[in-house]
Design a protein around this ligand. Structure first.
Ligand code: ADP
Ligand code: MG
Length: 363
């Protein structure tokens, strides 16, 4: 369906895409992940001719789209794009947003376009909003309209550029559900996303982009469970785990809590779990308090969706100190609270490291 060979793109002196060669087959769902600024959007925009590449070749359904004679409008119709910021026409109703393309660009009759558009609005759960204006919709609804509008052009490929990153956390899943549904229907899709669990279960293949290249690609299992290359490993590790260092007793509790909350939000953990996590970290920090002056504390939090567990690691280096040794505690209240929250809590000494491993159940 899509063949890309040696694609390159520069902005002035900045080389964004170095040398990209990939093939995407009909019906494939490909997720593109990677740090921001690595050219993921630029890659999609080149496919869709919103940017003019500096070199290389792009074929879509056998047609060379970089050929000067290629019909740009036709290419964009074949390969329609959904943007992070929805890009709906504010002065048109939801239905008109959908019908304008088919009427103006594909010569469809108004009646046919409306019939078809209503069907698509049903598909994304928004038939009752047909006469509303974009302003009256939530972000999640706007994005679902944008997806329906994209489908109205009957594209062969849909490109999604971070379709959920402008949304409130509560609205992410309604949009992801719609995209999942489309994936099941066999549409060919290329999705740039930060939603890793989504990328893992919706895609046939995952591209990790870095250094202007498709740095590593593979099945979701290969990329998420067993990445081979150094930068991929580091990236996967960073997004799956929360890490925070505390190097003095006067640490900024509010900043740390905000980061923990952001992490929980990203993992879509319920509010009750978030509260438990915050309480647990605060109580464990209390146990470490006497040592923070001399021993920096490293907190790592990893969430496994499969096992529905949260695993915490509290790590210090230096002399052997077991922070849950009851003989060292001023009182046992903190430990009682902790024990009530967790599945297990274990102290381990490894080399010069003190490790406190805590498992918390999600619900
Ligand atoms: P990503 O989507 O992976 O975050 P982008 O493709 O948006 O990355 O951007 C890659 C790099 O190209 C960034 O350094 C960005 O600042 C730069 N860039 C993107 N678009 C333009 C542009 N139109 N003009 C100049 N630089 C750009
Ligand atoms: Mg981007």
């Amino acid at each position: 369906m899509i063949t890309v060979k040696n694609l390159s793109k520069k902005f002035g002196d900045l080389v964004v895409l170095r040398d990209i060669s990939v093939e995407i087959k009909k019906g494939e769902v490909v997720s593109i992940i990677g740090p921001s600024g690595t050219g993921k959007s630029t890659f999609l925009r080149c496919l869709n001719l919103l940017e003019q590449p500096n070199g290389g070749m792009i074929q879509v359904g056998g047609v060379d789209v970089l050929d000067k004679k290629a019909d740009v409008a036709k290419v964009r119709q074949k390969m329609n794009m959904v943007f992070q910021s929805f890009n709906l026409f504010a002065h048109l109703s939801v239905l008109e947003n959908l019908t304008i393309g088919p009427i103006k660009l594909r010569g469809m009759s108004t009646a046919d376009a409306e019939l078809k558009s209503l069907e698509l609005l049903k598909l994304v759960g928004l038939a009752e909003k047909a006469d509303s204006y974009p302003d009256e919709l939530s972000g999640g609804q706007k994005q679902r309209v944008a997806i329906a509008r994209c489908l109205a052009m009957e594209p062969e490929v849909i490109l999604f550029d971070e379709p959920t990153s402008a949304l409130d956390p509560t609205m992410i899943s309604e949009v992801l559900s719609v995209i999942r549904h489309l994936a099941k229907k066999g549409l060919t899709m290329v999705i740039v996303t930060h939603e890793m669990d989504f990328a893992r279960d919706v895609s046939n293949r995952v591209f990790y982009m870095d250094e202007g290249l498709i740095y590593e690609q593979g099945t979701p299992q290969q990329i998420f469970e067993n990445p081979q290359k150094k930068k991929t490993k580091a990236f996967i590790n960073r997004i799956r785990n929360f890490n925070y260092q505390i190097s003095s007793p006067d640490y900024d509790l509010y900043a740390m809590n905000a980061e923990i909350e952001a992490f929980c939000e990203k993992q879509i953990l319920p509010n009750t779990t978030r509260q438990k996590v915050l309480l647990l970290v605060e109580e464990v920090l209390q146990l470490h308090h006497p040592y923070l002056q001399t021993m920096p504390l490293d907190i790592t939090l990893a969430y496994s969706e499969k096992k529905e567990t949260l695993e915490f690691l509290f790590e210090t280096r230096g002399e052997a100190i077991n922070p849950i040794d009851s003989e060292l505690l001023p009182d046992e209240l903190g430990l009682v609270i902790i024990n009530n929250l967790v599945e297990s809590i274990d102290y381990q000494r490894e080399g010069d490291k003190n490790k406190l491993v805590v498992m918390l159940k999600k619900s």
